[in-house]
Design a protein around this ligand. Structure first.
Ligand code: ATP
Ligand code: MG
Length: 743
């Protein structure tokens, strides 16, 4: 059987397991995703299950597309109706099919993070809540973590006034979402979970249907996702999970490695399968990865080996500045492309946080090198696209107040803030949506608003029977958006993007097989949804596949988080500086390990670094800069501890390696600085100590000269600051007495 041919014996055993739950725990590049895909194809090919009896969860939309593509090359089947997608995508699909039972309107809309914040701000206005005292972001985080634990407002325990307020706001937010027919990301999961819980018939239908459930990147599932899987699988359920505890990088969002152990108990997993041969990376890269991750204490433990040769040494570059770092990267890329024959799309540039990409992007742009940024500001998040989507959403669901507020006076049509406020008051008192309230409004304010409502109605009427692309085309023009941006001298790009949205709609329709009327309900298996509604969910859920930049051979830019599961021939990992990577929030802190123990937060950063390194197949470049501009400030950073943890014999320093870190090493430093464990400051907890200078900032002192801030300890008047004064050594100073200046 050809689809089994290229597998090694352990992989083959995993692919062809009988129907039982299994956990494959294996390191990066050992073929976990390959095994999972091959198993789906094998199960179908051997007739053990039909394409509709499989449900597979992937981590990104990109990964699910790739998986479906791979399956369709192995088997002559139509993969269109298969349930392969992200947790969010699959839950959305289920809720679309059973909207009534889930208590949602048929045309419910999905709020992304940005939409959610504007929904909260709108709610604050109505309720008269002080956004300074209860920052919308904190509430959003609070709601998200409550939902991720499966908690509704009534289930959340609040022990102080602040949290009691948060719970009340959570409740009000829920009511608002329900009224407007919108759901946020976490709600998709929770709603779908509750739907299965409350409807035994439905639950049993799905349990009988999905004979095989497969989950990739299992280490990053959170509690709710795990319970959703469990409920979906049912008592006879069979889950095939693959994961790598060393690549768990979403603990800050509630993902739990402990789920792996619980899974083995809950599903009576007989054997834990290990895959130890790495097929992705050359020896030097693999050795660096193995040694690095060996510094973590909280591990289930495994080692990878490869038959591949050592390959090139890992090149390390110390840049004087972020600009210099970018110049180095460009220079190397030119060599890779022109002299070594790599294609641009073989090359990835990874960074810890999105803010770092700007300098590199500028340099690539100046050098005339096409590139593509994943994550960042996604196509569907651009303002002009959001405006167009708001019109489309409003046509689909008139109660969507977020969309209403966004475009009621955009492009400007003389509707004043006062009129909208009046409308809001009326809608609040009559418990109805802004759109519906228009008809109940009287007086002068109504005229303009009525015209707006007529526009929406007219567009709805005139687009009947049109294809999805034609519908979008009509709406961007009729709404006045195109004319508005055409009149703006800097609006050219925006007009281009709007036209790109028409193309995106066209390719979406082709990919999904929608040839007919965009507004007609499709009866496709149990997928009851209009092409327009499907497109709108796609726009909310799409993870970074920038439609506008597709086509060209381009260098790939993304965060280390976004690179998970992917591979590239050449990888640059940039910004390897203390405070940046590892991130400053992690340094000297500890977090809940999931099973009640506490683990150093730096361990999660180290796993992220492990993910970054293991993306490389042939060549790996690591760089750091002595100074960089971040958030409008010049910051001076020490070289990342991760560079010092790598084995010297696989490295080649392109700039002289400087000895500038305490000889006892970072671990000793951490334990000295942070003797007692401290809790990571996340979300809504208030900081108790003040930090006048960020970790990594350059400061000067009259006696010791210039140094870099490394750590803080203590509180109030006793607070001390630790500074590395280079040759003068590492010093602890009383913060209240030390006369320091930023340099
Ligand atoms: P990650 O943990 O990064 O997600 P993974 O374990 O999912 O990695 P895959 O992406 O499935 O690993 O495989 C890594 C690479 O190794 C892929 O290019 C895959 O095609 C290749 N590969 C896996 N198994 C074999 C094999 N038996 N023979 C040849 N190539 C293989
Ligand atoms: Mg994988």
């Amino acid at each position: 059987m050809s689809l089994l041919e290229s597998l090694n014996p352990e992989q083959l055993a995993a692919v062809t397991l009988p129907r039982e739950s299994a956990l494959i725990l294996a390191g990066a590049g050992s073929g976990k995703t390959k095994v999972l895909t091959a198993r789906i194809a094998w199960l179908i090919q051997t007739g053990q299950v039909g394409p509709n009896g499989v449900l597979a969860v992937t981590f990104t939309n990109k990964a699910s597309k790739e998986m479906l593509h791979r399956i369709s090359t192995m088997l002559p089947i139509n993969t269109r109706s298969m349930w392969v997608g992200t947790f969010h995508g699959l839950c959305n699909r289920m809720l679309r099919a059973h909207w009534k039972e889930a208590g949602l309107p048929q045309a419910f809309q999905i709020l992304d993070m940005q939409d959610q914040l504007s929904a909260i701000k709108r709610m604050y206005k109505v309720l008269g809540i002080d956004a300074e005292k209860f920052p919308p972001k904190q509430l959003s985080y609070f709601i998200g973590s409550a939902k991720d634990q499966g908690l509704r407002p009534k289930d959340v325990e609040a022990h102080d006034e602040y949290h009691r307020m948060m719970v009340r706001l959570y409740e009000a937010y829920e009511a608002q979402c329900q009224r407007e027919g919108v759901v946020d990301f976490a709600e998709l999961l929770l709603r779908s979970f509750e739907l299965l819980g409350a409807n035994p018939a439905l639950r049993e239908h799905y349990q009988a249907r999905f004979k095989y459930i497969l989950v990739d990147e299992f280490q990053d599932t959170n509690n709710l996702q795990y319970n959703w899987l469990k409920r979906l699988a049912g008592p006879q359920g069979c889950i095939f999970a693959v994961g790598d505890d060393d690549q768990s990088i979403y603990a800050f969002r509630g993902a739990r490695v402990a789920n792996m152990v619980q899974f083995e108990n809950d599903f009576a997993v007989q054997n834990r399968i290990k895959l130890e041969q790495n097929y992705r990376s050359v020896g030097n890269v693999l050795k660096a990865a193995n040694v690095l991750i060996g510094h973590n204490k909280a591990r289930l433990g495994k080692e990878l080996w490869t038959e591949a040769g050592e390959g090139e040494a890992i090149r390390v570059y110390e840049a004087t500045s972020d600009q210099d770092e970018a110049a180095f990267i460009i220079d190397r890329i030119k060599k890779l492309v022109l002299e070594e024959g790599f294609s641009r799309s073989d090359i990835a540039i990874l960074y810890r946080s999105n803010a770092q990409s700007r300098v590199v992007e500028q340099a690539l742009f100046n050098a005339g090198m096409p590139y593509r940024v994943y994550g960042g500001l996604r196509f569907f998040e651009r303002a002009e696209i959001k405006h167009a989507l708001a019109y489309l959403r409003l046509m689909d669901n008139a109660d969507d107040d977020n969309s209403f507020s966004r475009v009621v006076n955009f492009p400007a049509r003389g509707i004043g803030a006062r009129s909208v406020e009046q409308l809001q008051d009326l809608a609040t008192s009559q418990v109805t949506s802004l759109y519906r309230a228009i008809h109940r409004l009287e007086g002068r304010a109504q005229a303009g608003l009525k015209k707006f409502a007529d526009l929406i109605e007219r567009m709805r009427f005139e687009t009947r029977g049109l294809s999805l692309a034609d519908l979008v085309d009509k709406v961007i023009n009729e709404s006045g958006l195109v004319a508005h941006f055409q009149a703006d001298k800097d609006g050219e790009d925006r007009v281009e993007n709007l036209k790109e949205l028409v193309n995106a709609a066209a390719s979406f329709a082709i990919a999904e097989g929608y040839y007919q009327d965009a507004a007609a309900t499709m009866v496709d298996e149990e997928k009851l949804i209009t092409p327009l509604a499907d497109f709108l969910s796609h726009a909310s859920l799409e993870a970074g596949d920038n439609a506008a930049a597709a086509g060209q051979e381009a260098i790939q830019l993304m965060t280390a988080h976004a690179a998970k599961g992917l591979e590239f021939k050449c990888v640059f990992v940039t910004g390897l500086e203390e405070g940046l990577f590892p991130h400053e929030n992690s340094i000297g802190n500890s977090v809940e390990g999931g099973d009640g123990t506490s683990v150093e937060a730096v361990e999660e950063e180290r796993r992220l670094m492990y993910v970054a390194i293991t993306r490389a197949r042939e060549q790996l470049f690591l760089s750091h800069a002595q100074q960089r501009m971040l958030h409008g400030q010049i910051r001076y950073h020490l070289r990342s501890r991760f560079l010092d943890e790598l084995p010297e014999d696989v490295l080649k320093w392109l700039t002289p390696k400087r000895a500038h870190i305490a000889s006892q090493g970072w671990d000793a430093l951490d334990s000295k600085v942070w003797g007692q464990s401290k809790t990571l400051n996340v979300g809504y907890s208030n900081k108790t100590t003040k930090r006048p200078y960020d970790i990594g900032t350059g400061v000067s002192h009259a006696k010791f000269g210039n140094g870099v801030v490394v750590a803080y300890e203590g509180e109030g008047d006793d607070q001390r600051i630790q500074i590395n004064f280079g040759r003068q050594g590492m010093k602890w100073l009383m913060l209240s007495l030390a006369k320091l200046e930023k340099f």
